[in-house]
Design a protein around this ligand. Structure first.
Ligand code: ZN
Length: 97
């Protein structure tokens, strides 16, 4: 331990090590197909089912499927819409009709 006043204890940060890079964000996410193609062509970000926003790469690698995306995907379009509406309703203070 080295004495210091800072809070730089990065080395102590332990993550669940499964992948080599220690990048917890390495998941495959579900995105609408049309949007994905468009995003790759234009270099614009896409939004996954789980809400993750990123710029997809032309050459996607194989990552484990994002558990949240899978859950939402399994719900189907109807279930997703309900989930999202619920989420939006919870954060908004207005009264939905
Ligand atoms: Zn996801």
């Amino acid at each position: 331990m080295k004495p210091g006043t800072g809070t730089e204890t990065i080395q102590e940060e332990r993550t669940d090590v499964r992948q080599d890079e220690g990048d917890h964000d390495r998941f495959s996410h579900y995105v609408e197909k049309g949007k994905l193609t468009e995003a790759i062509v234009n270099g614009t970000p896409v939004i996954a089912l789980c809400g993750k926003v990123w710029v997809p790469s032309r050459d996607p690698q194989r990552f484990p499927l994002c558990p949240q995306c899978k859950r939402l995907y399994d719900m189907g379009p109807e279930g997703r819409r309900r989930e999202w509406e619920e989420r939006a309703g919870r954060s908004a203070s207005g009264q939905p009709d």
